[in-house]
Design a protein around this ligand. Structure first.
Ligand code: ATR
Length: 274
């Protein structure tokens, strides 16, 4: 019997997850169907129970339900616990297992696709919201030399950094505080690109040979990557690879098979026209 999976969000019409998972399933000879499901903003829990009742085996969760999925989970992986958010659900009888594959997706895209191991690197993470929180522990697990969280509201960066201090030395502060410092990897986890706003990034924070990584993606260059390129950064990567890699990690959790991501990413990139 064909196993059923879905991604829940609001909005959801433009989600690329059905396309990605359908390709993974075909390539890995897995008998599954994966759909996009719109849940009402106040109807996530109901949508999930209806899906489970109809035989759903697992689900992905996107904006704005990741925190609610965290609360709904009866069991959480360590990485979901640390992220405070869930993007992958596994339904096992009455149990709902919550996991978070976003950080693993980011790390894999940086290390495997961009070819830059994080070990020993000076990492700068921009933003102190949910997107930032989700990638901190998986990034620290790769052994960077340092991790600094810079945020418009400095107090949020300081608080976020201190909540991870048991794992490694993490610091946080304002954008102004990073003036004069240099970083090998600069990751934009703010939502500034969504509104087309640029970030108050001091000139000179990119070390020679640095990677600029924007967790956002879209048609054409994001404002953050444009800024990085204008500051001489040659290696600029958007979040399309992270999207595909977090999906691959979820697929692996559900099916026990790790799909090839290269072809899917190349096809998506071509479709995006970027
Ligand atoms: P998400 O879950 O996507 O991380 P969020 O929790 O609303 O969303 O967090 C958005 C992040 O983007 C925050 O770090 C926010 O900074 P503040 O905490 O100071 O609000 C950051 N952000 C959004 N727009 C920004 C802008 N124009 N310049 C700088 N930072 C911005």
């Amino acid at each position: 019997m064909t196993d059923l999976y879905a991604v829940f969000g609001n909005p959801i019409a433009h989600s690329r997850s059905p396309d990605i998972h359908t390709r993974f399933a075909r390539a890995c000879a897995q008998d599954l169907r994966y759909e996009a499901r719109l849940a009402a903003v106040d109807g996530f829990a109901e949508a999930i129970s209806a899906f489970v009742a109809s035989g759903g085996k697992g689900a992905n969760v996107t904006v704005p339900f990741k925190e609610e999925a965290f609360r709904l989970s009866t069991r959480l992986s360590d990485r979901a616990q640390r992220a405070g958010a869930v993007n992958t659900l596994i339904f096992k009888g009455a149990e709902i297992h919550g996991d978070n594959t976003d950080g693993a997706g980011l790390v894999r895209d940086i290390e495997c696709n961009a070819g830059l191991p994080l070990v020993g690197k000076r990492v700068l993470l921009l933003g102190a919201g949910g997107a930032s929180r989700g990638v901190i522990a998986p990034s620290l697990a790769r052994g960077p030399a340092s991790l600094f969280i810079a945020n418009r509201s400095a107090d949020k960066a300081v608080a976020l950094a201190s909540s991870f201090s048991a794992l490694a030395a993490v610091d946080g502060g304002s954008f102004a505080e990073i003036a004069g410092r240099q970083f090998d990897v600069v990751i934009n986890a703010t939502s500034a690109s969504l509104s087309g706003e640029s970030l108050p990034l001091p000139v000179g924070v990119f070390a020679a040979g640095a990677l600029a990584y924007d967790m956002m993606y879209g048609k054409g260059e994001t404002p953050f990557l444009k800024l990085a390129r204008e500051q001489g950064v040659a290696c600029c990567v958007d979040g399309l690879g992270m999207l595909v890699e977090q999906a691959a990690e979820a697929f692996f959790i559900w099916r026990g098979v790790r799909p090839e991501t290269g072809v899917v990413l190349a096809d998506l990139r071509a479709k995006l026209g970027a």
